[in-house]
Design a protein around this ligand. Structure first.
Ligand SMILES: Nc1nc2c(ncn2[C@@H]2O[C@H](COP(=O)(O)OP(=O)(O)OP(=O)(O)O)[C@@H](O)[C@H]2O)c(=O)[nH]1
Length: 327
């Protein structure tokens, strides 16, 4: 079974690319493994055509969380009655992809899978020479086989040229594609046979000798997260005030599913760097708020309190009642 690993920094557009792949996969049965930083898996909820049962292949897609049992999870995919044609693995934005690459190249998986390519998604507007002060961001470029320079709609021509020069310097001859919202023809990114196992021989020997040393590569570069859940809705104005006036500049990325007192819709919240947006769709479950904030040195209790303060005030809103829920 061919395998593609999608890596790239927080908010660069990995899940967006994955959705493009799932939308355009045609008859290909693609299994998807998503790996999230934080204890609430928002990505799973944002992936199209993912059944709430994560191991249900009914719609041609599996979504699981990678954990210690990663090899076992891949086995589960391989053992499915309905044959899977292709596996795509999305790493967290803070992961060094090397341990996952080596897992495919040096465990039993090497007899059962073929690592096709590692795609590094880069935010063309946000990526800079400091690489967000993150070793993982550099590693993602170093170990990629192909860079998808995404969000070109937000980047100037100069910025794009600078980035290309930087990437070319880091890894001469690197294949670079440009994209907006991850839109790129699938034959350019799937089954392209770019991963050269020979390049990893030293790492493979080292990995076999001492796997735990490589697990340390999955350190989080000093990033931490705050998650927040609530069965009460937010007040829109208060949350907007919090996001624009109070949110710590240490927050780098946030995402979530939001419920507002003022709206019967479910809102998908995405914050990446200085931008955030809210997109409405329909609830298919009991409404609730689920959010994750990712950044450096976050004051967890302050952020949680600030979010609590944005919730509907039941004493003032006596007339507030729960919306009609889907049965
Ligand atoms: N303007 C613009 N926005 C984009 C583009 N691609 C993705 N986005 C937006 O960027 C935000 C982050 O995209 P995701 O696909 O969730 O990024 P990710 O890499 O999966 O993020 P993490 O899960 O944090 O690692 C979302 O709001 C996307 O809609 C693009 O090409 N242009």
């Amino acid at each position: 079974m061919p395998v593609t690993i999608i890596t790239g920094f927080l908010g660069s557009g990995k899940t967006t690319l994955l959705n493009q792949i799932l939308q355009n996969k045609d008859k290909l049965k693609i299994a998807v493994l998503v790996n999230e930083f934080g204890d609430i898996n928002i990505d799973e909820k944002l992936l199209i055509s993912v059944d709430s049962d994560m191991i249900d292949l009914g719609n041609g897609c599996i979504c699981c969380t990678i954990n210690d049992g990663f090899v076992n999870t891949v086995y589960q995919v391989l053992e499915r009655e309905e044959k899977v044609d292709y596996l795509v693995v999305e790493t967290t934005g803070l992961a060094d992809p090397l341990p996952i690459i080596l897992t495919f190249l040096s465990t039993e998986l090497k007899f059962l899978t073929r690592l096709d390519s590692i795609i590094t998604v880069v935010d063309a507007a946000a990526f800079d020479a400091e690489h967000f002060d993150s070793d993982a961001a550099l590693s993602q470029i170093r170990y990629g086989d192909l860079v998808l320079l995404n969000k070109i709609d937000l980047a100037t021509k100069n910025k794009i040229s600078e980035l290309k020069a930087f990437i070319e310097d880091t890894k001469p001859g690197f294949r670079i594609l440009e994209s907006e919202y991850g839109q790129v023809p699938l034959p350019l990114i799937l089954d392209i046979g770019l991963t050269q196992t020979d390049n990893y021989q030293t790492d493979i020997s080292e990995f076999r000798r001492n796997k735990s040393a490589f697990n340390n590569h999955l350190e989080t570069d000093g990033f931490n997260f705050v998650s927040f859940e609530s069965d009460l809705p937010f007040q829109l104005e208060k949350l907007e005030h919090f996001l624009s006036e109070q949110l710590s500049s240490n927050v780098f990325r946030a995402k979530g599913i939001l419920w507002f007192q003022e709206s019967p819709s479910r809102h998908i919240f995405q914050l990446s760097g200085p931008r955030y947006d809210l997109q409405a769709d329909d609830w298919t479950t009991q409404p609730k708020n689920e959010l994750v904030f990712i950044g450096r040195n976050l004051d967890k209790s302050l952020i949680k309190q600030q979010l609590k303060d944005c919730l509907v005030d039941l004493v003032i809103n006596k007339e507030f009642s729960l919306p009609n829920l889907p049965s």
